[in-house]
Design a protein around this ligand. Sequence first.
Ligand code: ADP
Ligand code: MG
Length: 276
Amino acid sequence: MAKDMSISLSEVSLVYPNGLPAINRVSCEIGNGERVAIIGPSGAGKTTLLRMLATALRPSAGALTVLEVSPWHVGRNALRRLRSRIGMVHQSPPIPPRQRAVTAVLAGRLGRWPWWKGLLSLIYPVDIQGAEQMLARMEVADKLFERCDRLSGGQLQRVGVARVLYQQPDLILTDEPVSAVDPALSNRVIGELNREAVERGVTLVASLHAVDLALHWFPRIIGIKSGEVVFDLPPVRVTDDMLRELYASELTYAPTQDNRPLALNPTGIRRKPLCS
Ligand code: ADP
Ligand code: MG
């Protein structure tokens, strides 16, 4: 493995118990500070790939290193240390339902705080201001003391992003973090994630269903389908044909008024300038 690699996958496969490979012999390297969008149709393997990078799933075959550690070949303490350096935003953040947003955000640093501080933060929020700042970046500061089970899906996703911003990890992984957020706000959230990665020089890997956001914000686009990488390119080299091919199974033809098929773009917008 080359040095300064944040992520290295060599012939990595993951087979679920049903026997189908969700990830099939993927090789790829992502350098420190790179920002990568993973796109592909539903069922392509995006979540599986990100969960492997988060060390939540163990590959069935191949070699994987994350932040220069082989997660499945080190001891428990080293694995725990590695995990505290990785921040994962889940599509539906697994936050205890009655937890307040402030506590959910502060939990981002649980892995790095001494045990007594973590315990204290569950009883009394130890850094309300810090949590509020991150929620403000996600435009949900008004939900600081709201219970997470009273938030909408999109608000909960933004609390999940705020938590990872607060965590300040060395590797940020996000799995369709704005799938329940409206387009204007999605642009803001993805922009903040990118700003965070650039300012702190950390690696960002995000799966996105919105192709326009991926092409607008990320210098590197990895298209995956059926568990395999079909392209790995800078956005300017991703052609409409490649996107059409990538999403072929997912799109439905709808006739337009003049009876031609609609432009095949899962998001309906492509390279349209986005305000940032
Ligand atoms: P994506 O996130 O791109 O929609 P996933 O990684 O969720 O794709 O899924 C990839 C493939 O693995 C799909 O065929 C899916 O049905 C299958 N899969 C996902 N999770 C499981 C699981 N827990 N058990 C069995 N198969 C799964
Ligand atoms: Mg998914």
